[in-house]
Each structure stands twice: as C-alpha cells, then as structure tokens.
Design a protein around this ligand. Sequence first.
Ligand SMILES: Cc1ncc(COP(=O)(O)O)c(C=O)c1O
Length: 368
Amino acid sequence: MDYRVRFVDFPKHYRKIKGEVDAVIQEVLSGGDYILRRHLQEFEKNFAEFIGVKYAIGVANGTDALFLSLKAANIAEGAEVITVAHTFAATVATIFQCNAKPILVDINNDHNIDDNKIVAAITENTKAIIPVHLNGRICEMDKIMKIASDHELLVIEDAAQAVSASYKQRRAGSFGLTGCFSFYPAKILGTLGDGGMIVTDDKETAEKLFLLRDHGQERETGEFLFHGFNSRLDNLHAAILNIKLKYLPQWIERRREIAHLYHKGLSDLASLQLPPPPDQGDFYDVYQNYVIRSDNRDELVAYLLQEGIEILVSWPKPLHKHKALNLDNFNLPLTEQISREVLSLPLHPELSDLDVKFVVDSLHQFYK
Ligand SMILES: Cc1ncc(COP(=O)(O)O)c(C=O)c1O
C-alpha cells in the first residue's frame, strides 16, 4: 500500500546523509575492510564514549548482544532470569538459549517492568534481571539496581529500543553489568541490515565478550580459549553507524519535538492514553515508538490505515500467550490489557509537522 504517512521512511532518511554514506561505502570497499577493521574499532570507541562506559563490543545483532551477555555472565541451566512478557521475543528467547528459565513479571503503565513485582519473583535460583527499556523510555533504574544489589543479582539491560535515553543524566546501558543495543534498520540508530552492540564498564566481561563474539580465539596468538560464536558487527555497518552517531542527538531532538506535537494535539481526546510528554523529571525519553492506548484499538487501527497512515501494533499478543513458547504459567494482567490497547503512531525524524497534523486530525475525525 502507498501510505501517505509512513511508519519509517528509509529512502528519505538515506537521502539526508547520502553523500557521506556513499563515500564511506566506497572507502570500505576500496580498502577491502570487512571484518574487525578500523571502522569497527572507531565505532566501538565512539559508542562507548557516547553511552558513558569504558567498553563497547560490536556484535551481529541485538539478540546476540543479549545472548552473549548472558553467556559472559555464566547464566546457564538451573538459573532463573527475571524479565517481562511485553517485549520483543528475543529478550526471552536468549534466556532459553542459555538453558535458563525466564521468570516473567508484570509491567507498569509506562510499559516497563513493575519494580514492585520483582522481589516476589526472586528465588534461590535467580541470577539476573533483564529490564527492557521499551519504546525509548528507561526503566526505574535506581530501584532495580538497589533490588539487584540487595539480592546479589546481575543486571543485563535490554536497551535495544533506548539508545540515548537517560535517567538522572545517565544513559541506558550504563547501569547494569552490560547494556545491549540493536542497530536493526528501524531502530533510532539503525544500519543497512542487522547489527548490535554490548557495552560494559567491567574489564573482565569486556575481554570475555571480545572473545565470545569471535570463536573464542585470541587474535594475537591464534589460540582458541573456549568454544565461541561468530557474532561480529560488520565493518561496513560500523562505518555507516559512525556517521549516523554524529547526527543522533539532533535526530532525537526532532523525535522529541514530534512527541511534543502529538501530545499537544491529542491531549483533549479522553479516549486515548498517551505516553508522557518530553521533559518529565528524571527521564529523557527518546521515543523509539510513540505508543498510545485505546479501548477500541482494532477499529482505530483499521481507520488510520485506511486514511493512509502506517500503524504498527507491538505486540497484539504477549509472549506468554504464544502456546509454543512454554510460558503459560504466568499471570500478567496489565501486560495482557496493554497488549489489547496499544498502537504505535509514526514517529521518525523525517516526518514533517504537516504529517503529524494529518495524523492528529485523523484521530480527531475518528473520535468525532
Ligand atoms: C526490546 C528488544 N529486544 C531485543 C531486540 C533484538 O534486536 P535484533 O533485532 O537486533 O536482534 C529488539 C529488536 O528487534 C527489541 O526491540
């Protein structure tokens, strides 16, 4: 379908930085620099600095960032890991891939883990918590880090949707043992395909991760120190991401401007629940998604699609309701309610104020 307002607009985004991107692709191709080369090292350094941590390890995607973090933290059979069902499947799948057991707790109205539910879910087998910073808003990290320290648990942050989001001036990914990022094309910082990053302040963990992502091989000596994985961020992707990182703060400011316009335009619609507007106390939200809630979500989505507005629903069915995933012993009422009510409006830096007005007007038209 030819949408009038697209959910993301890759061609328009590319045109904004075409000169620089084309030049760096030529540079990488001419130099034959594909795997573990200079651009990757530069991007790892720049990204670590940006997040405010010592180390960044480029990996193949955000899923591997989670999986390798769990491996580096020695999460294995018998371990329980606390997280949420209102997340992308990868968060929970990677716990299974380590032969560990996911323990799912409910979320809050901000769509993030309800920190008041964590302690009751802790058992003698609990080893870690994975807070997921959903939709570009960071979880209540002070409380989560306090629970983790009181109970000697590791924290692995799923920051796939929260690059540059911060809480009390500290960026997502810099609180836990590791922070995990995704550079999937539709992410705020996206590449031409799959890509991911792990950040950490812990030297030993970083050293292990550099080996884990590269077959367990020590490059200098050629010695294999353990059975590892092949999960490296391609040099070409790193080169492109390096360019995009420079523009990230200004793109995020535009995202926040659009969130502000949506908030101003939609606040009078009593049937909708909106995310908090930008500049709410300790939180710097980056609006990976602008997720609203409506009692008659399905009719609203159908109406907006027909108006030519591309809408996404993440996710209509929470993970614990997918039979084959073996997660059906959890009772998560708010997760289930939110899954019935959420829809994401288009929000990306390429949207014009007129596009936003069209979406706002269409929502008013529906509720008239
Ligand atoms: C919350 C969350 N966790 C994990 C991932 C996995 O990232 P990737 O698609 O790069 O593997 C994603 C992105 O798709 C995500 O949104």
